[in-house]
Write a new protein. Structure first.
Length: 251
């Protein structure tokens, strides 16, 4: 068993999932892009939320070169990453009832905005309530999740529902329950998760679809450039100034 063999198997698994998502979720990705474009064109704001490792994909589209300047992270203290001590607290907070409502009520999110909720399992109280409460406030909700969890695991929300049940649009990552693509002799636990790769790809595909949709309508997409290329800072300064009232990650 060589290291390269397992590494190659992971790449093959990830590529297979990306191809499957591209082919099977194209209509939903287009719908997500249109919803984002509608909100940008109407003067609305964009938010992304994820807990634990699902937060990685949410953060990947916020303040990102080549990304939409209007995408804001809806952060829940203690669940954004593994920097919280102990790290297990983040997992525990995902199961706390009422936390999502408190966060939304104190956030700048309002009716007409878009909220992307990223949760691999979609079974914990936090993402379920985030989507449910956001829709009640009049936001359009895009869920990025693995629908397989809804048939193979039990919901941890009092309603017995999952993230997918409270979304206007669902992007299915197709990740198998357990989020580990490989097994091998001599290794007791399954390993090599691909959810971050696939979920981030879904997020970027939706943003790309939105940019194309805006351009087709004759609207310049409010994109950021890399600060590491000449002229990037000047470009970004102009975009940030023009859309300052819809960007919440800067003061």
């Amino acid at each position: 068993m060589g290291e390269n063999k397992l590494a190659d198997q992971f790449f093959d698994a990830a590529i297979g999932l990306l191809q499957r998502v591209r082919d099977e979720e194209s209509a939903n990705i287009a719908a997500a892009g249109a919803a984002i474009a509608d909100t940008v064109a109407a003067g609305g704001r964009l938010f992304a939320f994820g807990a634990g490792h699902s937060s990685l994909a949410a953060q990947d589209v916020v303040y990102r070169a080549g990304g939409l300047a209007l995408m804001n992270l809806l952060a829940v203290p203690g669940v954004v990453g593994v920097d919280v001590m102990p790290a297990t607290l983040g997992s525990a907070l995902e199961r706390v009832d009422g936390l999502a409502g408190a966060v939304l009520d104190s956030s700048p999110a309002r009716a007409g905005d878009v909220l992307i909720v990223v949760s691999l399992s979609g079974r914990n109280a936090l993402p379920v309530e985030m989507a449910l409460n956001a829709r009640a406030l009049g936001l359009k909700v895009i869920g990025v999740t693995s629908v397989a969890y809804a048939t193979e695991t039990k919901s941890r929300h009092a309603s017995g529902t999952y993230l997918k049940d409270h979304c206007d649009i669902v992007l299915d990552s197709k990740i198998a329950v357990g989020d580990a693509e490989l097994t091998a002799e001599g290794i007791e636990a399954p390993f090599a998760p691909a959810s971050t790769v696939v979920t981030s790809a879904l997020m970027q595909a939706a943003v790309a679809a939105a940019a194309g949709e805006l351009a087709e309508r004759g609207i310049e997409p409010p994109l950021l450039r890399s600060g590491n290329v000449d002229g990037g800072h000047e470009w970004n300064g102009r975009v940030m100034t023009e859309y300052a009232d819809r960007i919440f990650y800067r003061r």
